[in-house]
Design a protein around this ligand. Structure first.
Ligand SMILES: [Zn+2]
Length: 377
């Protein structure tokens, strides 16, 4: 590796340009001037003011204004500087990174073409189905985190640790039957009177207070959680998002551009609220969720009871039930679940036997009831 370079030195006082030999030494840059004078510039005090773009020479400055200046034609100086002193060179441009950026642009270009061809020949749903299993869990997590910021903002989150732990206990009991999973599941309770629960990519489950308030026991909530857990494990959310997503997000996902994924999160969060899963995804989540309940010895009657309650409200024509809007055909689903349960009888144990379920509903701080409004929204 090269450790010596030639350049020019200006003292900042005169226009006199002197040739210099430059050495990378521990702790400082050594500059030997043509008249035998020797200068040491400690690394932490050197400023790079030029050399970040192709064709530019490297310009380093040192000391108070008017600063002393060092000009180096050979850009390999910066590369060696980064190699020799990786923790010293942080403030300096790294030409290797420029190459990386360039390569990333090429990859993004190829990815866009592949995406266009893929969606053209297979259609977007098929493409999303083929691509979803290849999206790394770490990207799903980044996307999910940024979506959660929108759907469950910190000021609306009910984070009572003891009560949250009760809900997490249910999740843990069910996951224990699922073998190894890459996902780290996170439960968020949102203080809004919405009758809904959502799954976001990367292991996030959002429960709205409106849904929690309508559960009568732990088994009912477990039924809802089982269903949402399966949407995540089977990557239904990621797949649906890929179907709705813009090409720019798909490119970001393919090349692993984190900032692109995060900025898509805002858009994705809005989609999540209106997203409809296909009927096939719904019955998959129902059935795998039910199997998970049975394997964990959780009474599946809770899941049925909850769906029955949903159906009852459905019959009353309430339009506020987004849980149903995204989970269609309640009656058919209940019938299917009942026949599955009949076909696989098994014992069950009471969940959280020493816990009074009504207490869970205090997880959110009380909200003052707004005065009745005549506005119809
Ligand atoms: Zn669902």
């Amino acid at each position: 590796m090269q450790l010596q370079w030639f350049g020019y030195y200006l003292d900042g006082q005169s226009a006199n340009r002197r040739s210099a030999k430059i050495y990378l030494e521990a702790g400082h840059l050594r500059i030997d001037l043509d008249d035998g004078a020797l200068l040491n510039w400690p690394y932490g005090t050197i400023r790079q003011t030029q050399g970040a773009y192709a064709g530019e020479q490297v310009r380093l400055e040192y000391g108070a204004e008017p600063a002393q200046v060092l000009l180096i034609e050979d850009l390999s100086f910066l590369t060696s500087f980064h190699q020799v002193l990786p923790n010293r060179a942080g403030g300096f441009h790294n030409p290797a990174k420029r190459l990386q950026r360039f390569q990333l642009t090429i990859v993004a270009g190829c990815a866009s073409v592949a995406l266009l061809l893929g969606t053209y020949f297979w259609g977007i749903p098929t493409f999303a189905m083929l691509a979803a299993p290849w999206v790394p869990v770490s990207w799903e997590e980044k996307l999910g985190d940024s979506m959660i910021e929108q759907v469950a903002p910190a000021e609306l989150r009910c984070s009572d640790p003891q009560r949250l732990a009760k809900i997490e206990e249910l999740v843990k009991a069910m996951l224990a039957t699922q073998g190894e999973t890459e996902y780290r599941f996170k439960i968020h309770v949102v203080n809004q009177p919405i009758f809904n629960a959502l799954a976001a990519p990367g292991g996030h489950i959002v429960i709205f207070r409106g849904l929690l308030d309508r559960t009568e026991n732990a088994e009912e909530l477990a039924g809802v959680l089982a269903h949402e857990l399966q949407h995540i494990l089977k990557r239904h959310v990621t797949r649906s998002l890929l179907e709705y997503a813009s090409t720019s997000f798909l490119v970001a996902a393919v090349i692993g551009d984190v900032s692109g994924i995060v900025s898509f999160g805002v858009e994705a969060a809005q989609m999540l609220a209106q997203m409809r899963f296909s009927r096939q995804h719904e019955s998959e989540a129902d059935e795998a969720g039910l199997q998970m309940l049975l394997a964990s010895q959780i009474d599946p009657a809770g899941m049925i009871a909850f769906f029955e309650a949903v159906r009852k409200e459905e019959g009353q024509g309430s339009s506020a039930l987004s849980f149903i809007a995204s989970h269609p055909q309640t009656e058919v689903r209940i019938a299917r679940l009942k026949s599955l349960i009949a076909a696989s009888p098994s014992g069950s144990q009471k969940l959280l036997p020493d816990y009074s379920w009504e207490d869970i509903k205090k997880i959110c701080p009380a909200v003052e009831k707004p005065a009745k409004s005549l506005k119809i929204r």
